[in-house]
Design a protein around this ligand. Structure first.
Ligand code: ZN
Ligand code: ZN
Length: 447
């Protein structure tokens, strides 16, 4: 078969594009078996069948095309969009994942210099941004499971690669969750294994910084994981209560308001210990965290999470107070101010939450009664100013009540939400995704 040229399609190939749009996987499968169908044929805009399927958000179709050898890095599109870019635009995390797993390059840019992650961010598909920014293929990790050069033994025993990969792929950076992931696997939860994993994380971190397309985001994530693994190892070495003790330390809130001071300090220390002080990302993190007094927003965890995963919009989702998992729904029945995945997470937190639960309950009730007063007052003013069209109190009534957020650790200041959006043209403001090396060392950061 000839090399694909734009718009040079056989009748069956034409039909393939039609059935992809319709989502008819069976028919697509039949057509892909025909002699005159090339899986990487190009329509008049230079789009492959895979690009179409990704853009339309058809996961089964993408799978089928990949099985038939679709080129995930084809870059013949008129604006140099790739299948990964289309996946990101579609907002489908499973398809974005599939493209990455099939070897999609994340650093490729389109004709206006945007990567797939930046394009997905621009259209507000933040979950896809998270998937792209956190992707690290198993193959890249498996490299360390084979002896290299003169090594007699590999740096990472293969039995550890699976559980370590799970930690790497987690988009929940809450240290409690990471310790839970370590704890659940007896192969990893052991000093020697942890030290090996930690060393590999450091090597990958170094590689991310020194490679031609520097990836500071991934480097920071690897460094952070290595810090958590190191902390687990030191607890296993020194403490009787093992990792449960570490979880407790991380969750323990201060008496005044339940704020987990140890966790905040640990996170700050991890960031500060990032070994490459020239890194733009490190400088940004330090700038965001240094002026914040411990106990105030934003927390180091929220700043780090936003930098690494690109996750914003925490205001709309509920996160477990213990482990930081998204989608927690079980509220403390007394104060109704903290939320958990399940009873296990609540139980884990109760030893410290019980000290502030009552105070929180009182605060909430006070705020609720104030909100009621405010609303009644506004109604009264409203009747007085019935003829005034722009009464400020009029707007007040529609506002949602404000609640104190003493134990929220993952929410981000609403103002920072804007930082993820990219203007369409060449100028990029707000949060930069630092991938290129910048010169000048700002010195060792301190908080
Ligand atoms: Zn939880
Ligand atoms: Zn409570």
């Amino acid at each position: 078969m000839s090399t694909p040229k734009k718009g040079n399609l056989s009748p069956s190939e034409d039909e393939l594009f039609v059935v992809i749009t319709a989502g008819n996987v069976q028919e697509a499968s039949r057509l892909l078996g025909c002699k005159d169908v090339r899986v990487n044929c190009l329509d008049e805009y230079g789009m492959t069948p895979l690009m179409h399927a990704a853009y339309k958000g058809k996961a089964d179709m993408c799978k089928l095309l990949l099985q038939h050898g679709a080129d995930v890095n084809c870059n013949e599109h008129e604006h140099r969009y790739t299948a990964l870019m289309f996946a990101g635009l579609s907002g489908k995390t499973d398809i974005t994942w599939m493209m990455l797993d099939a070897g999609a390059e994340t650093d490729v840019v389109n004709s206006v210099g945007r990567t797939a992650a930046q394009m997905a961010a621009f259209v507000g598909q933040h979950d896809c941004v998270t998937v792209i920014n956190n992707f690290f293929s198993r193959a890249r990790l498996d490299y360390y499971t084979k002896p290299q050069g003169l090594e007699k033994e590999p740096k990472l025993p293969s039995k550890l690669a699976g559980p370590l990969h799970k930690v790497i792929m987690s988009t929940n950076l809450n240290p409690v969750k990471m310790v839970m992931l370590v704890k659940e696997n007896p192969l990893v939860a052991e000093v020697e294994a942890l030290e090996k994993c930690r060393r590999v994380m450091e090597l990958i971190c170094e590689k991310c910084i020194k490679q031609q397309d520097m990836n500071e985001v991934l480097a920071m994530k690897m460094h952070y994981i290595s810090c958590v693994l190191g902390k687990c190892a030191s607890f296993l070495k020194d403490r009787e209560d093992k990792l449960d003790g570490l979880v407790k330390s991380l969750l323990k809130g201060r008496d005044r308001d339940g704020f987990p001071v140890y966790q905040e300090k640990f996170l700050r220390e991890c960031i500060r210990k990032f070994p490459y002080c020239d890194a733009t990302l490190l400088q940004q993190l330090v700038r965001s965290i240094a002026p914040v007094e411990i106990g105030n927003d934003p927390t180091a965890l929220s700043v780090l999470t936003q930098a690494i995963t690109g996750q914003v919009g925490f205001m709309d989702a509920e996160f477990c107070t213990s482990c930081g998992e998204k989608g927690a729904e079980k509220r403390c029945s007394l104060c109704k101010m903290v939320i958990y995945c399940d009873q296990a997470c609540q139980k884990m937190h109760w030893f410290t939450h019980k000290k502030v639960c009552k105070t929180l309950q009182e605060q909430r009730e006070e705020q609720e009664s104030e909100a009621v007063k405010e609303a009644t007052g506004s109604m009264r003013e409203l009747s007085v100013e019935a003829n005034a069209s722009q009464s400020p109190s009029n707007q007040e009534t529609g506002r949602r009540e404000r609640r104190p957020r003493p134990e929220s650790r993952t929410k981000t200041d609403p103002e920072t939400r804007t930082h993820i959006y990219y203007p369409p043209e060449d100028r990029v403001e707000g949060r930069e995704i630092p991938t290129r090396k910048t010169r000048g060392c700002g010195g060792r950061p301190s908080f």
